[in-house]
Design a binder for this molecule. Structure first.
Ligand code: ADP
Ligand code: MG
Length: 267
């Protein structure tokens, strides 16, 4: 066996043992690249480590995106601010910097269906993951069902603890279904558990003033809002559904209110 092969095998084994798999898998290409750019030993080492870190970050992000269970992939870049004048782009970019997540604060995105609440929630969740925070996305209906099930099984503590872990919890579509009184109490416990410790982002089609109805109990709703709003950004999005606007733009609908079966379905 030639000497270079022996060195190559040793390098391969050492890089595997150190789990430097990006360097291991493209060592020849990377060294060629370093040679072409005339890098010295130190610069070459920096190039190799940069690539390894980039791959590890990429893996971490992919893994965390999977764990977050987003309903679809969306990002801030894909949000058309011009179509949504009630949103201040600066405020969204500010939220995308994730300081509110570090501080365990909350964000409420309120507005009618189709205005981009879930899009922005997913996009901000993605930014949080890139910044290194753990994120879980869940619908309000699913989380109340999970809490009720855990409560019945005598495992509420465990459930609350696990829901307190991710640094950002996104609860989507609060208010589409009314809560039963027990669910409102369980939801209150969740919000209390995360209070000032973990950030919550909630999307809702109901204004804060209507939450008493949503929770079916004005006292519990007040207690929930008291904690949620203590450190919170509340954004109310106005305007027409983006989906319908898109359709109109594409000439599929003449105008809002036309007796189009698609439109009727969405309404
Ligand atoms: P909501 O949660 O408010 O009901 P969504 O966020 O689900 O609305 O938006 C409906 C669809 O329209 C999604 O596919 C979303 O990506 C898209 N959408 C909404 N607003 C915008 C926008 N301003 N720019 C780009 N896409 C948008
Ligand atoms: Mg939505």
């Amino acid at each position: 066996m030639a000497a270079t092969d022996i060195v190559g095998d040793r390098l391969d084994a050492m890089l595997s043992r150190l789990k430097l798999t990006a360097i291991r898998d493209s060592l020849d290409t990377l060294l060629d690249e370093a040679g072409r750019a005339d890098l010295n030993a130190r610069e070459t080492l920096a190039l190799l480590l940069e690539r390894e870190i980039a791959r590890k970050d990429q893996r971490r992000i992919e893994m965390a995106m999977g764990l977050a269970r987003f309903p679809f992939a969306r990002d801030i870049a894909g949000f058309e601010f011009a179509a949504q004048p009630s949103i201040d782009p600066k405020q969204i970019r500010d939220l995308a910097a994730c300081r509110w997540i570090a501080g365990g604060e909350n964000v409420l995105l309120l507005g009618p269906p189709g205005v981009g609440k879930t899009h922005l929630a997913v996009a901000l969740g993605r930014e949080a993951i890139v910044a290194g925070y753990g994120v879980v996305f869940v619908s309000a209906a699913a989380i109340t069902a999970q809490l009720a099930k855990a409560h019945e099984a005598g495992q509420l503590e465990d459930k609350l603890n696990s829901l307190a872990k991710p640094k950002l919890l996104i609860i989507d579509e609060l208010g589409y279904l009314p809560f039963d009184p027990n669910a409102a109490h369980l939801f209150f416990q969740l919000v209390s558990r995360r209070y000032e410790r973990g950030a919550i982002l909630i999307t809702s089609n109901r204004s804060v003033g209507e939450w008493g109805q949503v929770f079916g109990d004005a006292v519990v709703a007040t207690a929930i809002l008291d904690r949620l709003l203590h450190h919170a950004v509340v954004m109310t999005i106005r305007g027409d559904s983006y989906r319908l606007k898109e359709k109109r733009r594409a000439g599929l609908l003449q105008k809002a209110g036309a007796t189009d079966p698609q439109l009727e379905k969405i309404k």
